[in-house]
Write a protein that binds this ligand. Structure first.
Ligand SMILES: *[C@@H]1O[C@H](CO)[C@@H](O)[C@H](O)[C@H]1NC(C)=O
Ligand SMILES: *[C@@H]1O[C@H](CO)[C@@H](O)[C@H](O)[C@H]1NC(C)=O
Ligand SMILES: *[C@@H]1O[C@H](CO)[C@@H](O)[C@H](O)[C@H]1NC(C)=O
Ligand SMILES: *[C@@H]1O[C@H](CO)[C@@H](O)[C@H](O)[C@H]1NC(C)=O
Ligand SMILES: *[C@@H]1O[C@H](CO)[C@@H](O)[C@H](O)[C@H]1NC(C)=O
Ligand SMILES: *[C@@H]1O[C@H](CO)[C@@H](O)[C@H](O)[C@H]1NC(C)=O
Ligand SMILES: *[C@@H]1O[C@H](CO)[C@@H](O)[C@H](O)[C@H]1NC(C)=O
Ligand SMILES: *[C@@H]1O[C@H](CO)[C@@H](O)[C@H](O)[C@H]1NC(C)=O
Ligand SMILES: *[C@@H]1O[C@H](CO)[C@@H](O)[C@H](O)[C@H]1NC(C)=O
Length: 522
């Protein structure tokens, strides 16, 4: 019965309206459920206080009976049967007007009705279904309200049913069975709601991807195209409810004040139907007032809004040029100095090579260097000897055509005596002293009675000759912690810092060591 009332109200849109001067006729359809109470509502314009309502069914006037109760605008069929189906006419009248409402009732087997009010919800929404007396008017006393889903009892009682956080499985037909007691009998009225649940769409807030807050350096008078990359949303449709526009100093850019500006939006669909856009603002001429005010790209739709900002700043390019003019030479000088220092020796050697100066012993010098190697205090250190007698000649004499006077080698072959050493010195461009390291391998087999080993007295004569000759000294340390104590004070004091070289067996033939050596003796 209650359902009929609801359906009746619900179908008012479909009402077939016939109007006459004193008589209005409407026709609606209604459904009753076999075995349940059916309520037929006479939805008349006339107020029920001063009007009378009469019901007829198939041209027979209805009288109250144990099965039929009439109260004003409402007709109850308390225990509906199949034969209750048919045309019901409600005539309402006051002294001047009379209205007719026609209701065509069909009876279903039940217990749940096939037609119901549809509620559309999105996932995660909440919904409340009500079967209060306003929706399902009852006679007598309401005993209980049961809720059924898809025509199966859920065990839930109460005039309202609340569903929170609905999901796809919440879909279905919810029926309330209102059981009321009237004149010592139990009757049932029902109402069904159909719940449809839609998948909640992922909501994407519109976004300005780029620029967020950018400064462009421009010159007044030039033209510029400001660009703004956007994420609009999902699907083609989202563009229709989206606005994209530019603002200048917080006012709409397309104002009459700037008639030449042009705005344009292009869109592109990418993966997962995400819609991206690019909005451009074409400024044919940058006016002086455009500097220092914000240009904003705005995107707006029901899901939200976002703003990206661009500032124009005067491109002070003369300052840049001056800066470049001032800084570049300084940089060049610094870089040049560093490079020159690093490659100085290579450059000089190359120069000398070009001029042929490295081959000829110039200015009357016969030797590039007078070489004197010293033995350690411990006997048997052969590293110095190996360097002086084998490595040095093979590198400098054979590969670079330098001429060396190696003490201990050439003193024997040329039968030079200590006395002639000063002549040799005077013809040498440099004196090369080779010092042994003090951590020489002690396990070396001692060379007993080394014939080349100089007596201390001979050494001191040699050193004084070297000091007297004034030939520049070159010191080569042939090992870690070179033993300076082998040198007399006078020699030690005349050694210059830049003329001390360290030799290691790992030195490459084209290494810096050899270049420096050649540099100092050519
Ligand atoms: C009858 O009902 C109509 C419409 O509601 C109203 O205008 C009229 O005054 C009523 N007549 C009387 C006598 O109440
Ligand atoms: C009801 O009565 C009207 C005339 O009074 C008649 O035209 C109509 O056919 C009758 N309907 C039924 C169902 O008897
Ligand atoms: C008229 O309708 C109201 C509510 O709609 C109800 O309270 C009242 O009893 C009705 N009067 C008559 C005479 O049916
Ligand atoms: C309704 O009618 C059916 C048969 O017509 C009967 O069996 C049933 O008891 C009735 N119910 C009530 C509440 O009168
Ligand atoms: C709910 O009722 C409607 C209309 O009677 C029907 O089309 C639909 O299949 C029903 N839904 C379920 C889940 O039973
Ligand atoms: C809503 O239901 C879903 C699953 O059905 C659950 O993951 C989620 O936490 C629920 N949310 C709330 C607010 O209860
Ligand atoms: C009516 O319903 C009440 C409560 O549901 C129950 O106690 C009673 O027996 C029922 N009476 C009849 C006649 O069915
Ligand atoms: C907007 O851009 C599109 C594509 O670049 C172009 O075809 C169209 O002419 C432009 N419209 C305006 C008003 O600039
Ligand atoms: C920008 O707007 C501010 C106030 O919003 C105003 O004081 C200023 O004059 C405007 N600048 C330009 C160049 O329009």
């Amino acid at each position: 019965m209650a359902g009929v009332l609801i359906v009746l109200k619900f179908l008012m849109n479909l009402i077939f309206l016939v109007s006459a001067s004193t008589c209005t006729e409407r026709q609606v359809e209604a459904t009753g459920i076999k075995g349940q109470a059916t309520i037929i509502f006479c939805d008349s314009d006339l107020d029920n206080e001063s009007s009378t309502f009469t019901w007829t069914k198939d041209n027979r006037t209805l009288e109250p009976s144990p099965q039929i109760t009439m109260q004003g605008q409402i007709l109850w069929l308390l225990n509906t049967t199949s034969s209750d189906g048919g045309l019901y006419v409600c005539r309402s009248s006051n002294s001047t007007f009379s209205t007719e409402i026609r209701v065509i009732l069909s009876v279903e087997a039940g217990p749940c009705r096939s037609f119901s009010e549809i509620d559309l919800k999105q996932e995660k929404d909440n919904i409340k279904f009500s079967c209060s007396e306003e929706r399902v008017p009852v006679l007598g006393e309401t005993l209980e309200v049961q809720w059924w889903k898809d025509c199966k009892s859920t065990g839930i009682r109460g005039s309202e049913l609340n569903l929170f956080n609905v999901s796809m499985s919440s879909k279905g037909n919810y029926t309330c069975m209102v059981i009321f007691r009237y004149e010592d009998k139990n009757y049932t009225a029902s109402l069904t709601y159909q719940l449809e649940v839609m998948k909640k769409e992922i909501v994407i807030n519109p976004q300005v991807l780029e620029p967020r807050d950018k400064t462009l350096y421009v010159k007044p008078g030039m033209s510029i195209k400001l660009e703004c990359n956007l994420l609009i949303g999902i699907g083609e449709d989202c563009q229709q409810e989206t606005s994209v526009y530019w603002m200048i100093n917080h006012s709409y850019a397309m104002m009459p004040r700037y008639p030449d500006l042009q705005q344009n939006l292009t869109t592109e669909m990418r993966e997962n139907s995400w819609l991206y856009g690019r909005s451009t603002l074409f400024i044919p001429e940058i006016l002086p007032e455009f500097f220092g005010i914000p240009f904003q790209c705005v995107i707006l739709n029901p899901n939200g809004n976002d703003i990206g900002q661009v500032w124009l700043s005067q491109d002070d390019y003369m300052t840049h040029i001056w800066l470049i003019i001032a800084v570049l030479p300084i940089l060049a000088v610094i870089v040049g100095a560093v490079l020159l220092n690093f490659f100085k020796i290579d450059l000089i050697l190359a120069y000398r090579h070009l001029c042929g100066k490295d081959k000829n012993i110039h200015e009357g010098n016969q030797y590039n260097a007078f070489v004197l190697y010293l033995h350690g205090k411990r006997p048997g250190s052969s590293t110095v000897e190996d360097f002086a007698l084998r490595i040095l000649p093979s590198m400098l004499e054979q590969q670079h055509n330098l001429k060396l006077f190696i003490h201990g080698r050439d003193t024997d072959t040329e039968a030079a005596s200590i006395a002639s050493i000063s002549d040799v010195l005077s013809q040498s461009k440099a004196v090369m002293l080779i010092l042994p390291g003090s951590t020489e391998d002690e396990t070396l087999i001692p060379l007993s009675q080394d014939q080349n080993r100089l007596e201390d007295s001979q050494l001191s004569v040699l050193f004084s000759d070297i000091s007297d000759s004034g030939v520049p000294l070159l010191l080569v340390e042939s090992g870690e912690n070179a033993d300076y104590s082998l040198l007399p004070e006078s020699i030690q004091s005349s050694i210059k810092k830049g003329r001390v070289l360290k030799w290691k067996p790992t030195v490459q033939p084209d290494g810096r060591f050899w270049k420096q050596l050649r540099y100092h003796m050519t």
